[in-house]
Design a protein. Sequence first.
Length: 285
Amino acid sequence: MLNTSNSDIRANLSQGNTSRGLGLAQRQGKLWSNLKEVCDLLRIPTALSGIGDDYQFQHMQFKSGQRVHTIGQPFDMLYIVYSGFLKTVIIDESGNEQVVGFPMKGDLFGMDGIHGKQYSTETVALSNCEIILVPFKSFLAVGRTNAELEAAIYGVLSRELVREQLLIGTLGSLSAEARVARFLVSLSDRFADMGYSGKQFNLRMTRQEIGNYLGLTLETVSRTLSAFNDVGLISVDQRAIVLHDIPALKTLRRLPPSQVRAKQQAAKAARAEAAKREEEPVIVG
């Protein structure tokens, strides 16, 4: 962790002190990103004119389970995931938690605080994370310096909104199996965007968190992943996932009933056993 407290850093950064001379912590590893590096992370074209080193953005590290921001906290900061995985949740008056997102590398979060000047969600680290802090005042200042860059930044905000809208559409119109399939495809796309394998990855969230996000029970998520494994769409081992047929997952509507799948598996096993017997050498006494 940084030697300077989270609250001290936030207080200084919220005043727009983003220069190299801020001196909040010793340089140990990656503690700062310039504007060009932030644009690269957000997948904003760096060919835009006027991108330089005038702005420097502080990094902070969070351990698994730590909160980056909480519900009701005054809004002054946007956040970009530099590394690690998190979850964003809404908590109702009864204390029930609803997962509304899983930020990962290159994602921007905290936008829910812009309208009401306080955060309506909280974001929790699911693994050890490194987060780039973007004071909202600096965010606005950057936009004022370059109209083309400002449009690109708002494009990033729109991208996050579209992702939320797609989730709402998924929950409202698809079967449980299709929801899980689309979730896996979405993760695949996001890992690929980060330059990692889109076919083999580890789930950083629990089955219960996936179910909460998709409006399903823990049992339904576990049963569906097992069914996908049985029919060969994926291989699953605890949190390790391998996607064998991404096109099929993209278009999947519903799996056959379990009894039909059992018969298909039995028939497949019988054919494999018959083929094996045919290949065995015949021993003549």
